[in-house]
Ligand binder design. Structure first.
Ligand code: G3P
Ligand code: MG
Length: 242
C-alpha cells in the first residue's frame, strides 16, 4: 500500500517564523498551507511528555537546567519564545487532529530515558490518534525507542531516523517494521536512494532550507522534506500532490 505523504513537513513544529516546538508554530504551519509537521517529544521531570528538542532548557526557553529534572510546575511556567509555553504532547496531538495535519512524532529521549520516553509516547500516540482519519508517523534516532513503539503501538507507522544512513539500514527497517527512511539530506547517497527505490520505501530528508537543495533531492527521488523555512516553501505545498 503506498503511503500518502505530503511533500513538506514543518520542522520542529514551526521553524523560522514562530518559536520551535510550540502550538503557535503548528498553527502557523497549517495556516501557511503545510499538511504535515514534525516535532520532538521528551519527558519532563514528572514524566510528562512535552514538545522540546534539547535536553537542556537554555536555547529555546528562559529556563535553566535539564528538561528531565524540571517539574511540570516549573516547565509550564517558562517562555518558549514570543510568550508561548512549552506544549504538552497531548495538546499538540489534539491540535494536529483539529487542523487535519499529519504529525511526525519524533521520540527524543534524554540520555538514559529511552525506555520510559518511548513507552509513554508510543502508548499515548496510539490513544490520542485512535480513529483519526490522518494517522501520525513515529520516528526516533533511538532504535530502542522504535522497538518499543513497534511493540506497544504497532498500528502507528514508524520511520527509521539517521543522520548518515548506515549500510545495514534496510535490515534495520525490516527489524523495526518501519515504513520510511528519514535522514540528513546533505549526507544522502545515490546508493541508498537506489536501494530505497527498489524496495518502494519513501525517503524523507531533513533539514532542507534552500530551494537548490530541495530541487536536487526531489529530482534524485526523495519523497518528502523537513524544513524550517515556512516562508520559502509554504506555496510549494499546494503544487505537489500529497
Ligand atoms: O526528524 C527529523 C529531524 O527533526 C531530526 O533532527 O535534531 O532536528 O530533531 P532534529
Ligand atoms: Mg526532530
Amino acid at each position: 500500500m503506498p503511503i500518502p505523504l505530503p511533500r513538506w513537513f514543518a520542522h520542529r513544529g514551526g521553524g523560522c517564523l514562530a518559536p520551535e516546538n510550540t502550538l503557535a508554530g503548528i498553527r502557523l504551519a497549517a495556516r501557511l498551507g503545510f499538511k504535515a509537521v514534525e516535532f520532538d517529544v521528551m519527558l519532563s521531570g514528572d514524566g510528562t511528555p512535552v514538545l522540546i528538542h534539547d535536553e537542556r532548557l537554555e536555547r529555546t526557553t528562559n529556563g535553566v537546567g535539564h528538561v528531565c529534572e524540571t517539574s511540570d510546575a516549573q516547565l509550564f511556567s517558562l517562555d518558549a519564545g514570543a510568550g508561548e509555553p512549552i506544549p504538552r504532547f497531548e495538546e499538540a496531538a489534539l491540535l494536529c487532529r483539529q487542523l487535519g495535519l499529519l504529525a511526525n512524532v519524533e521520540i527524543k529521549p534524554a540520555t538514559g530515558f529511552e525506555l520510559p520516553t518511548a513507552e509513554t509516547v508510543a502508548r499515548l500516540t496510539g490513544e490520542l490518534w485512535r480513529d483519526a482519519p490522518v494517522q501520525p508517523l513515529i520516528s526516533s534516532f533511538s532504535p530502542a525507542a522504535l522497538e518499543i513503539a513497534r511493540d506497544l503501538a504497532p498500528q502507528i507507522r514508524r520511520g527509521i531516523l539517521f543522520e548518515l544512513v548506515p549500510a545495514d539500514w534496510l535490515a534495520e527497517l525490516r527489524r523495526l517494521r518501519a515504513v520510511s527512511l528519514h535522514c540528513a539530506g546533505d549526507l544522502l547517497t545515490d546508493t541508498v536512494l537506489a536501494e530505497a527505490s527498489t524496495e518502494g520505501i519513501p525517503v524523507l530528508c531533513y533539514t532542507v532550507n534552500a530551494e537548490k537543495q530541495a530541487k536536487n533531492l526531489l529530482e534524485r527521488g526523495v519523497s518528502a522534506m523537513f524544513t524550517d523555512r515556512l516562508d520559502l516553501f509554504a506555496g510549494e505545498t499546494f503544487s505537489y500532490k500529497s
